[in-house]
Write a protein that binds this ligand. Structure first.
Ligand code: 8X3
Length: 251
């Protein structure tokens, strides 16, 4: 049965890859993001291919705006089946003692508080319907800190706790809760982390074939399509030559 899938941060990277894969899966999409122009380009691309979709322009940090927009969803779009909490970012790779405090706020507000806002606003409907799936995009960075990762790693550790906590809190329902934990994925991630320093960003993926957004989206669609009694709780997805957060064999 085709589902209604809401994906945050759907204009690039893993979010966009999820949009394309869920569309191919025949699902109906609600795509959210900050970039209105990109969202309408993606809407055109996917509807031309036959997808049914809505777009919502908001920043996951803007709680009041999200509340308003979700409460105004047309009736036929209200019963969200799958929430993909993808919006998130890393900013900076400085030692903690030298970190940029505004960057910390942006990461905490987006990766943790934004994810919580979406969860808080969408999951009660799922509980009422006794049906739904929350797929959070965590990271291996949440399992172990790495040099300069400090606050970013902390936000992804929070995603793990928040995901595990939700799984417990909805265990009496048919709702499933998944934490996807990718390692190196080549998207705009490092460009954003290094504030547009593309040379430094390219170095992150030098000598190793990284994952793509599609590789992660495949797992998200797999988890969503699994039989109802199967809950893919957590998946670590690594490039073949990445063994852990800090062991990467480069050519
Ligand atoms: C992305 C993976 O290891 O670059 O969250 O932080 S890592």
């Amino acid at each position: 049965m085709n589902k209604i899938v809401l994906i945050t941060g759907a204009t690039s990277g893993i979010g966009l890859a999820c949009a394309r894969k869920f569309a191919k899966n025949g699902d109906r999409l609600i795509l959210t993001g900050r970039n209105e122009k990109r969202l309408s380009e993606i809407q055109k691309e996917l509807t031309d291919e036959g997808a049914e979709m809505l777009t919502l322009v908001f920043d996951v940090r803007n709680r009041e705006e999200i509340k308003r927009q979700l409460s105004e969803l047309p009736k036929e779009w209200q019963d969200i089946d799958v929430l993909v909490n993808n919006a998130g970012l890393a900013l900076g790779l400085d030692p903690e003692q030298d970190g940029n405090m505004d960057d910390w706020d942006t990461m905490i507000d987006t990766n943790i508080k934004g994810l919580l806002t979406m969860t808080r606003l969408v999951v009660p409907g799922m509980v009422k319907r006794n049906r739904g799936h929350i797929i959070n995009v965590g990271s291996i960075a949440g399992d172990a800190a790495y040099a300069g990762g400090n606050v970013y790693c902390a936000t992804k550790a929070a995603v793990k706790s928040i995901t595990d906590g939700l799984r417990i809190d909805v265990a009496h329902t048919a709702i499933r809760v998944t934490n996807l934990k990718p390692g190196l994925v080549e998207t705009n991630f490092s460009n954003i982390r290094f504030h547009g320093d593309t040379e430094r960003a390219a170095k992150v993926y030098e000598g190793v074939k990284p994952l793509t957004g599609d590789d992660i989206a495949d797992v998200a669609v797999y988890a969503a399509n699994a039989p109802e009694h199967v809950q893919i709780a957590e998946v670590t997805i690594l490039a073949t030559h990445q063994a852990s957060v800090s062991v990467i064999k480069r050519k």
